[in-house]
Design a protein around this ligand. Structure first.
Ligand code: ADP
Ligand code: ZN
Ligand code: ZN
Length: 732
C-alpha cells in the first residue's frame, strides 16, 4: 500500500504542509508530478512530494492515523515537474524566505506547468503534421501525384499544410506517403545574421582571462555603458559552451534588453528566451526546449533564474544593481542573486555581476575581496561623457518666464536642438499631470479612500488615480468639502511637462513614455522605435527612458527635478537617485558630443553632485559611511516584518506584541536590533493599515528560527497578516 503526500495549490501559510492520499489505479505516479485531489469537498491541484510504502491495508492505515484519507482523483504529469536540483532548491528558497513551498513552484514554472487547477486549460504541446515518403515506386500514379511524391522525396519531409489535400489523400491511400507529427515551437525568432567575435582590447582581455582562470567564484565587472562589458560576456560564454556547459544570462527587464538578446543570438545558435511577456505557449515551448537540453544559453528576466538548465558553467547578472531582481509583489520575496548562489553550490559555476553603478552591497564585497573586482575604464569609442550643467532652482532668475517648471538654460538648450535637428530627452520621474489636487479655499486634499494618499490628477482621461491601488474617480470641479470651485492642481508629472513643452514649442514633435502608456497598449516598442528613427524631437518620460536605450541623435538630456527620489524614506533612496541620474545623463551623447542639464533645489547634495560628475567612487565613499552610521546594509542584514489589518488599533496592538515577543527572544543576543514598530511610508494600502518592524542582524542563522516561531505565534491572530520580507530591497 502506498501513501502519497501531496502539497496542495493554496498558498496560505497554514496549508503549507503535506496531505496524505491513496491511489488505487494501476498507472504509476512519479514524485514531483501534479495530481488532482479532493480537498475540502473541492478538487484542487497538488504536487506529490513523498511516496511512502506502508505495510498496513487501507483500512488499518486509516484507523492508525485517525484521519479520513481520500484517493487521488487523477494524475496530470507522467514525468516529474522538476529535477532533483530544482526540487531541493524550491525547499531551500521556501525556508530561506519563509514562503509556502507551493508559491516557490509557482515562480519556478511556466503557466502551463504551474500546479494550479487553472493551469489545466493552459497551452499544451502543439504538434505540426508532416508528410514523408514510404514508397518511391511511381507505377499507377497520375502526373500530379508523381509531382507531389517527387517534391516530398527531394525535400525529405514537407508540411502537410503545404500539400494539395486531394492529391495527398490519394498518395496516402496508395501507401506511398505517411503523415507524422512533430512538436511545434511557437516561439518566433526573426532570422538574425551571425557575427564574428571582436578582438578584445587590452582591458577586456584582462577581464576575460581573469574570469576564466581566476579562483574566485564571483566577478564584479564594473564599467560604464559602452565600455565593452557585453563583448566580454559573449566571449566568456563562448568558452564555457566549448566545455559543453550551459550559460544563464539575466537582464533586468527584457523589453529594455532587446539589443542584448540580439547580440547573443548573433553569436550563438542554441539560445532560449524566458520572461513573462512571452505568451504562455511560447513560455511552455521555450521551457521544454531548455529542459530537453536543446539550448546552451538562456536569456531572461528575474524568473529565468529557475531555468531547468543542466551543467551550468556561467551565470551573468547584467545591471546587477537593478531592483527588478528582487521579487516583492508576490511570494516568495526572493532575490535572483540569492537564488544564483544557492544554485552555485550545486553546479559550481562562475558568476559575473555587471554594472556601471554596482549596488553598495556588491561593491563593498568586491572591495573586501569576496568578489574579484574587474574594471573596464574606457569607453570603446572614446567618446567623452556628456557635459553636465546643474541649474539651481532656488535662484528665481534661473527660471524661465515661459514656464515655472523649466529653466532658461533648459529651454534654450531644447531650442538649440530643434534648430540643429538633434533630439532631446526630458526625465520626469513621476507619471500623471499633478501628484495632488487640493482646495484653495479650505485646504482639503483629495485622497484615496483605500490608501489615504493624495490622488494624482491624470489629464489624459481626466481622472484622479491612486498610484498605489489604482483606485480612480472622475476629476472634480468643486471641492467635495466646501463646494468651492477653486480646485488647485499641485506639483507636476510627465503629462504636465508634456503640455508645457508643447505650449512653448508648438512646432516640436513630442512623445511621452511612462507606465500609463505602456500598460494600456504595448506602445513602448513603437515609441522607442519612432524616437530612434528621428520621428520625434523630444521624448518625455519616467525612469523607463533612462535605461538601456541607445538613441544616436540625442545630444541633450534634461532632468526636470533631480531631487524627486531623495525624499523617500528608504535606506536606498540615495543609491537609487544616483543611479537614475547617472543613467539618464548617460543617454546623452551616445554617438555625438552630448550635454545634460540637471535642475535641482539641492545643488550641494552629494548625491546630485557626484551623479552629475558620473563619479561613482565618490558617491560610494560618502554613502557607505552613511550606511555604517545608520547601521544599514551592507553593514547589517535586514528583515522587514509587515503587520497589516483592517482595524488600526488591532494592527497597532499586534505590532507592539510582536515587538515584545522579539525582545524577549533576542534578549541577550548581541548584534540583533529591533527597529520599530513604525508606520509604513504608505500607512494604509488597499484598505489595510500597515506597520513595520525591522530586524537588523549579522547572522541570519540566529534570527531565522525565531522568525519561524514568531510566524507560528502570529498565525493564531485573526484578521491580521504578517509578511516577512528577508533582505528587502527597500525598507519603507
Ligand atoms: P557595454 O556592454 O559595456 O555597454 P558593449 O560590449 O555593448 O559595452 O560595447 C559597446 C560597443 O562597442 C558595441 O557596439 C560593441 O560592438 C563595441 N565593442 C565592444 N568591444 C569591442 C572591441 N573589442 N572592438 C571593437 N568594438 C567593440
Ligand atoms: Zn474646499
Ligand atoms: Zn489607493
Amino acid at each position: 500500500m502506498k501513501v502519497y503526500e501531496v502539497l496542495i495549490e493554496y498558498t496560505s501559510s497554514n496549508l503549507d504542509r503535506l496531505f496524505s492520499y491513496f491511489y488505487e489505479k494501476d498507472d504509476p505516479i512519479q514524485l514531483l508530478s501534479r495530481v488532482i485531489v479532493p480537498f475540502n469537498n473541492k478538487l484542487v491541484c497538488g504536487v506529490v512530494i513523498n511516496i511512502n510504502q506502508v505495510n498496513e491495508t487501507k483500512e488499518e492505515y486509516i484507523k492508525k492515523t485517525g484521519f479520513e484519507i481520500k484517493n487521488i482523483s487523477s494524475v496530470i504529469d507522467k514525468e516529474p515537474l522538476l529535477n532533483e536540483e530544482l526540487a531541493n532548491l524550491s525547499l531551500e528558497i521556501a525556508n530561506y524566505y519563509f514562503a509556502p513551498r507551493i508559491s516557490v513552484f509557482f515562480s519556478m514554472l511556466p503557466p502551463s506547468l504551474k500546479p494550479k487547477l487553472s493551469s489545466q486549460n493552459k497551452p499544451k504541446i502543439a504538434y505540426e503534421s508532416f508528410v514523408k515518403v514510404i514508397d518511391n515506386n511511381i507505377d499507377n500514379l497520375t502526373k500530379k501525384q508523381i509531382d507531389l511524391l517527387n517534391k516530398i522525396s527531394t525535400q525529405q519531409t514537407i508540411k502537410k499544410s503545404e500539400c494539395p489535400t486531394s492529391i495527398l489523400s490519394s498518395l496516402i491511400q496508395k501507401n506511398k506517403v505517411e503523415i507524422f507529427k512533430k512538436e511545434k515551437n511557437r516561439m518566433f525568432f526573426e532570422t538574425i545574421e551571425k557575427t564574428e567575435k571582436l578582438t578584445l582590447n587590452e582591458e577586456q582581455k584582462e577581464c576575460f582571462d581573469k574570469i576564466l582562470n581566476g579562483t574566485k567564484d564571483t566577478y564584479l565587472l564594473e564599467g560604464v555603458t559602452g565600455s565593452g562589458k557585453t563583448e566580454v560576456y559573449l566571449q566568456v560564454a563562448e568558452e564555457i559552451i566549448k566545455k559543453q556547459k550551459t550559460v544563464l544570462m539575466l537582464v533586468p527587464e527584457i523589453s529594455l534588453s532587446y539589443l542584448m538578446v540580439k547580440r547573443f543570438m548573433q553569436r550563438f545558435e542554441r539560445v532560449a528566451i524566458l520572461h513573462s511577456k512571452l505568451t504562455p505557449s511560447q513560455r511552455y515551448d521555450e521551457y521544454r526546449r531548455i529542459k530537453q537540453g536543446q539550448v546552451d544559453i538562456v536569456i531572461g528576466a528575474r524568473s529565468a533564474v529557475f531555468a531547468p538548465l543542466e551543467n551550468i558553467g556561467l551565470v551573468i547578472l547584467d545591471e546587477e544593481h537593478s531592483e527588478t531582481y528582487k521579487q516583492e509583489d508576490q511570494l516568495p520575496y526572493y532575490h535572483a542573486l540569492d537564488v544564483i548562489k544557492m544554485r552555485q553550490k550545486y553546479h559550481n559555476f562562475k558568476i559575473i555581476l555587471g554594472s556601471a553603478t554596482p549596488s553598495l552591497e556588491t561593491k563593498s564585497r568586491a572591495l573586501k575581496g569576496i568578489y574579484e573586482q574587474l574594471y573596464l575604464k574606457k569607453r570603446i569609442n572614446n567618446l567623452p561623457l556628456p557635459k553636465v550643467d546643474i541649474v539651481d532652482l532656488t535662484n528665481k532668475n534661473n527660471i524661465s518666464s515661459e514656464s515655472a517648471l523649466l529653466s532658461n538654460s533648459l529651454i534654450e538648450a531644447i531650442k538649440n536642438r530643434l534648430t540643429n535637428h538633434q533630439q532631446s530627452i526630458l526625465l520626469v520621474n513621476r507619471r500623471g499631470h499633478s501628484p495632488y489636487v487640493s482646495c484653495r479655499e479650505c485646504g482639503y486634499v483629495i485622497k484615496c479612500p483605500n490608501c489615504q494618499v493624495a490622488l494624482t490628477y491624470h489629464y489624459m482621461n481626466n481622472k484622479l488615480i491612486c498610484h498605489h491601488c489604482n483606485y480612480e474617480v472622475d476629476m472634480i470641479t468643486k471641492c467635495p468639502k466646501c463646494n468651492s470651485n477653486k480646485v488647485f492642481k499641485g506639483g507636476f508629472g510627465t503629462e504636465k511637462i508634456e503640455l508645457e513643452i508643447k505650449k512653448i514649442f508648438p512646432e516640436a514633435r513630442v512623445l511621452r513614455l511612462d507606465s500609463d502608456i505602456t500598460r494600456k497598449v504595448n506602445l513602448t516598442n513603437k515609441i522607442i522605435n519612432d524616437f530612434s528613427n528621428n520621428e520625434a524631437d523630444i521624448l518625455i518620460g519616467t525612469q523607463i527612458i533612462a535605461k538601456g536605450h541607445d538613441f544616436e541623435n540625442v545630444t541633450l538630456v534634461g532632468i526636470v527635478l533631480a531631487d524627486i527620489g531623495l525624499a523617500i524614506p528608504s535606506f536606498r533612496a540615495n543609491e537609487r537617485t544616483f543611479n537614475l541620474i547617472t543613467q539618464a545623463i548617460g543617454r546623452s551623447g551616445r554617438a555625438k558630443k552630448g550635454e545634460a542639464i540637471v535642475q535641482t533645489y539641492n545643488k550641494n547634495n552629494f548625491v546630485i553632485k557626484t551623479a552629475c560628475r558620473q563619479d561613482y567612487m565618490s558617491f560610494y565613499a560618502t554613502e557607505i559611511k552613511l550606511r555604517k552610521l545608520l547601521n544599514n546594509p551592507p553593514y547589517t542584514f535586514m528583515c522587514l516584518l509587515l503587520i497589516s489589518g483592517k482595524k488600526y488599533d488591532e494592527v497597532e496592538d499586534a505590532s507592539d506584541e510582536v515587538k515584545r515577543y522579539l525582545q524577549t527572544k533576542f534578549n541577550e543576543i548581541e548584534n540583533v536590533f529591533i527597529v520599530g514598530p513604525s508606520e509604513m511610508f504608505i500607512k494604509k494600502l488597499n484598505d489595510l493599515y500597515r506597520k513595520k518592524i525591522i530586524l537588523k542582524y549579522k547572522d541570519y542563522n540566529i534570527v531565522k528560527p525565531i522568525i519561524n516561531d514568531l510566524m507560528l505565534f502570529f498565525a493564531k491572530k485573526r484578521n491580521l497578516s504578517l509578511i516577512i520580507n528577508v533582505n528587502p530591497h527597500e525598507d519603507y
